[in-house]
Design a protein around this ligand. Structure first.
Ligand code: GLU
Ligand code: MG
Length: 411
């Protein structure tokens, strides 16, 4: 882009920020939380008052690059890419995603892209990585729609004590009645923030719930996951409850997943429907699925990146612990969903089940796209489908189906 065009765009963006800031101040917003997700999957924040939004939009907000090597316990390590307390990165809010937070009165929120002082994308910016993979798909005239499911456990205990807020059964109406106000507030907050709710329900584990939101473009879906989780957390706090999205809250029990749904599109056409491949997927969607399937063990480093991820990722917990695919198979890492007969174009999609919410959602969407597009490049085909619980198959049967147990530990 010529320099003059860039400057014009930056100044228009600044003006837009100024106008938005005025509106925010008028509706009682005191500060805007600017979020990104780091390599340990933690959402980090800097906040600015509305009066600083224009400066943030045009110049970014400073933050040290050392956060690329912060660990989950906030200790700091070093790599060749990020070693020292020296240097500065700029956090640039995406104004298109600016939203008033429904459960934190007086606060607004926006995700950021991290850039160098020159304005160039920071190579370790996850959101930029996701955008680059979206652009790579666009080179093939493809786009993807994605959505993360959010599962969580809520506790009324003090500190780390886990005390379920309801004792009702899995998927039980008793739980909904016990927590009716809470769940209604979660739904209302999501809707107010523009996160279209598709479903909410009590999940299997003690005091566990789940919400699904409408699909979005890949970067948008990752933003939705960040915003959605902070919203659930904030609603819980208004009840004095603590929320955990940890892959495993009580070892040995069913954990919290972070399943991601993906469909591939060319224009308005969903490539997971109307084709000649298995269950009507097109050859391109089949190759995409096969690419994701091939890379699942490696993708776990992005999508199940914590030690605790492997307490969750065990057979017969609906976590998808096998490198396998199957129509509506909830024990396969890849569950093909076609939806109600006759409605496939609007509903067919692939669910990647083996991921959890300790992941950076931006790395997940970018990684899934990269793996799927590599499958297209290599014109891959799917191995046979696994139509039963893979844990019930012998080693020989698994290998005939081209299926295997995914890694059982982070190592
Ligand atoms: N909680 C399960 C998991 O760990 C998923 C249950 C479901 O299929 O929704 O992924
Ligand atoms: Mg679930």
């Amino acid at each position: 882009m010529p320099k003059a065009d860039g400057a014009k765009r930056a100044s228009a963006y600044g003006e837009q920020a100024g106008a938005l800031a005025k509106g925010l101040a008028e509706c009682g917003i005191d500060a805007i939380a600017l979020n990104y997700v780091d390599n340990s999957g933690i959402t980090r924040v800097k906040a600015v008052p509305p009066a600083r939004l224009e400066a943030a939009a045009t110049r970014g907000v400073g933050m040290s690059p050392v956060f690329d090597v912060l660990l989950v316990d906030d200790s700091i390590t070093a790599t060749e890419a990020a070693t020292a307390p020296v240097g500065d990165l700029r956090l640039h809010p995406d104004l298109a995603r600016l939203v008033n937070l429904a459960a934190q009165p007086g606060w607004a929120w926006a995700p950021v892209d991290r850039r160098a002082r020159s304005g160039e994308p920071h190579p370790l910016c996850h959101r930029n990585f996701a955008s680059r993979m979206v652009a790579r798909a666009a080179e093939r005239n493809l786009s993807a729609a994605m959505a993360f499911e959010i599962e969580w456990v809520v506790s009324s205990g003090a500190g780390d004590d886990f005390t379920p807020v309801t004792l009702g059964p899995a998927y039980g109406m008793t739980r909904l009645v016990d927590c009716a106000d809470y769940l209604r507030e979660v739904v209302r907050a999501f809707e107010a923030e523009g996160l279209g709710v598709e479903q909410v329900h009590p999940e299997y584990a003690a005091s566990q719930f789940e919400i699904s939101v409408k699909h979005n473009d890949p970067v948008g879906a990752a933003d939705d996951s960040v915003l959605g989780r902070e919203t659930v957390r904030a609603v819980g706090l208004t009840h004095g409850w603590r929320t955990s999205f940890a892959p495993s809250v009580v070892a040995g029990q069913v954990g919290n997943g972070g399943h991601v749904h993906v469909s591939l599109r060319r224009g308005d056409c969903n490539l997971f429907a109307g084709g000649d491949g298995p269950y009507g997927v097109t050859a391109e969607a089949e190759a995409f699925m096969a690419g994701v399937l091939r890379e699942l063990p490696a993708l776990l480093a992005l999508g199940a990146p914590s030690v605790g991820s492997y307490l969750r990722l065990v057979p017969q917990h609906w976590a998808g612990a096998y490198q396998a695919w199957g129509l509506e198979n909830r024990e396969a890492a890849l569950r093909l969903v076609t939806g109600t007969a006759g409605h496939e174009p609007g509903s067919a999609n692939l669910e990647v089940k083996c991921f959890d919410l300790s992941a950076s959602p931006y790395l997940v969407v970018g990684g899934v796209l990269a793996a799927g597009l590599a499958g297209l490049e290599d014109k891959l085909q799917l191995p046979p489908e696994v139509t039963v619980d893979p844990a019930t198959l012998t080693k020989r049967q698994l290998s005939v189906a081209g299926a295997r147990r995914l890694p059982a530990s982070l190592d």
